[in-house]
Design a protein. Structure first.
Length: 285
């Protein structure tokens, strides 16, 4: 598998693809699980390794509803992007923690509505960026770009995004199931604030995360099993109050902060331990 995706990238390099020129050497540690590849496995993908699959199965054993949750999150992504590109008229997206390409990626949903939409994807897993550059293409009227960075390095993220996006116009920041991997000690709320600070009024923040106050026992057990297998990466379960802090000083979009399947949809028969919300950056008086 590792050889297959590397061959795809190499083929485009040999074809003179400018998006891949100067790509850093990809180095992977396949001995520990990575969130993007675990998530890929849960979605039924094939771009994962034995450590990812073992970690994913351990979580499923403790919390079988995780499969419903990851599918619900993909559906939420599509609903949120349709709202932003359609009703809100957003033409620029900054997608944090991209994950491995699958169906209905942000640029596909947005550019189906507005082909001139510009999207920047950010991820710190080199496998994700290699796949993204090899397999994701933009509508000719718009643009799709990629930044390999940890979202905690906000200066690098913003500098990379500014090469494609105009911060003088509204940007939709998508942070789906990514802030949960930033520990409290690294101040995820401050990270969000620094990313939003240079963006124009009328920009949006969309967040989803696993939380500890829905189906608490099973999600706690599943999270503990996952954390044992992800090396230095850890998933931090937060409360509703902690989740709400991501939207401080933003104007909430209806229906506000709700269990993820209830944002723009009728909900789920399964207890999905995730919140979702969207906020708009107001104009300053």
């Amino acid at each position: 598998m590792q050889e297959e995706w590397q061959i795809m990238a190499d083929d485009r390099l040999q074809a003179g693809d400018p998006d891949l020129e100067g790509d850093p050497q990809v180095t992977l540690d396949t001995s520990v699980a990575h969130p993007a590849r675990v998530y890929d496995y849960w979605l039924g993908g094939k771009d994962n390794f034995a450590a990812d699959r073992e970690a994913a199965e351990q979580v499923i054993a403790a919390n079988p509803t995780v499969l419903h949750g990851v599918r619900a999150n993909r559906a939420f992504l599509a609903r949120a992007v349709r709202y932003l590109a359609g009703e809100a008229g957003i033409r620029q997206f900054l997608d944090l923690g991209t994950g491995l390409p699958t169906a209905d990626n942000t640029h596909q949903v947005a550019q189906a509505i507005a082909p001139d939409t510009r999207i920047v994807y950010v991820d710190n897993d080199p496998m994700v960026l290699t796949y993204a550059r090899a397999l994701l293409t933009s509508a000719p009227e718009g643009a799709t770009a990629y930044v390999q960075a940890d979202i905690r390095d906000t200066e690098k993220v913003l500098a990379g995004a500014a090469e494609t996006l105009d911060f003088g116009e509204p940007v939709a920041v998508m942070a789906l199931m990514i802030l949960q991997y930033v520990p409290d000690a690294d101040d995820p709320w401050g990270i969000v604030g620094r990313l939003l600070e240079p963006l124009a009024a009328g920009s949006y923040l969309t967040v989803s995360d696993t939380v500890r106050d829905i189906d608490t026992q099973r999600v706690t057990q599943g999270t503990a099993r996952l954390n044992e297998r992800m090396g230095p990466t850890r998933l931090t379960l937060r409360s509703r109050a902690e989740f709400e802090r991501f939207f401080d000083d933003l104007e909430m979009v209806e229906p506000g902060i709700v269990p993820l399947p209830e944002w723009g949809a009728p909900g789920s028969e399964h207890p999905i331990p995730c919140y979702a919300g969207m906020g708009r950056k107001p104009a300053r008086g």
